[in-house]
Design a protein around this ligand. Structure first.
Ligand code: GLV
Ligand code: MG
Length: 303
């Protein structure tokens, strides 16, 4: 949310989200940039964020605002900050710059070295083309974030609604390539992949479709830009009860077959399961546990 809007910042503390980021970039007008830094520092220092990851999106590395965004926020509230979201990353140098600056401020301010993580937004053609190098640019990186708005503009997509499919496109999902490209780069370097915003606030079905598509191919989460979007996105990124139950069942069954029966492949409910199935099940089970689901069935070993 824009750091310049005090009402939003208060409201955000109550929302059931995993992470909050206070924005100093595109949701803050140029005339408000300087004043908003103080608002960010205050909001972080005031606390009340519970277990949410606390992040700030600074201006991009090619602006005159970026260095002071980082210096002021981390010097004055670095102990209450978990991550910096760096927008419009087009090269590993952007991440290297931020990594170095953070190291300097951490040292000078007595903060633990490396405590502030980086989330890099990939949101134009140059950034996507360099996704692998960007993903490898710093041990501070925790996530690559897809930015559909800037990306659509960078490619010249004919649409005015951020995150929505461009009208007239007949090829399926216009973001498929970008999503997979970013996801592969993220996974190859052990990072999370996060999808960006869907701006049509009242289009819950469009938001659900956008979130479902990103979740289905493996993304870890998605931004929301309005409180009304939180439940829809949380639901799409949580496995169904049936899938969660099956995942836990599969893990338990496979453990039984490999240890008690010493078999690497077995049948479960009409499907063959093996070590690769177990790996798939671990992903679904971890997400179900993270979403707070409880199992409703147990594995019964064959008599
Ligand atoms: C977000 O920053 C976007 O450009 O979509
Ligand atoms: Mg953007």
């Amino acid at each position: 949310m824009p750091a310049s809007n005090a009402r939003f910042v208060v409201k955000a503390r109550e929302l059931p989200v995993d992470e909050v980021f206070l924005d100093l970039e595109d949701a803050v007008a140029p005339a408000e940039k300087e004043r908003s830094r103080a608002a960010v520092v205050q909001a972080l220092r005031d606390g009340g964020w519970g277990s949410k990851v606390r992040a700030v999106r600074v201006n991009d590395a090619r602006t005159g605002w970026a260095y002071r965004d980082v210096v002021d926020i981390v010097e004055q509230a670095g102990g209450s900050l978990d991550a910096i979201v760096l927008p419009k990353v087009t090269s590993p140098l952007d991440v290297g710059w931020l990594d170095m600056l953070l190291s300097q401020i951490e040292q000078a301010s007595g903060l633990a070295r490396g405590r502030i993580a980086i989330e890099a937004q990939i949101e134009d053609a140059a950034g996507l083309a360099a996704a692998d190098e960007i993903a490898a640019a710093s041990p501070r990186l925790e996530a690559l974030v897809f930015g559909p708005a800037d990306f659509m503009a960078s490619l010249g997509m004919r649409s005015l609604t951020v995150g929505a499919q461009p009208p007239g496109y007949a090829g399926g999902d216009a973001f498929h390539y970008a999503h997979l490209r970013l996801l592969v780069a993220a996974r190859a370097h052990g990072l999370q992949a996060i999808d960006g915003p869907f701006a049509a606030i009242r289009d819950a079905a469009g938001l659900a479709a956008s979130a479902a598509s990103a979740a289905a191919i493996g993304f870890d989460g998605k931004w929301v830009v309005h409180p009304g979007q939180v439940d829809v996105v949380n639901a799409e990124f949580s496995p169904s009860q049936a899938d969660y139950d099956r995942a836990e069942l599969l893990i338990e069954a496979y453990d039984y077959y490999t240890t008690v029966q010493r078999r690497g492949a077995a049948m479960l409910g009409g499907e063959m399961i093996d070590e690769a199935s177990r790996k798939l099940a671990l992903v679904v089970a971890a997400r179900g546990r993270a979403a707070g689901l409880d199992r409703t069935s147990r594995f019964e070993p064959p008599q």
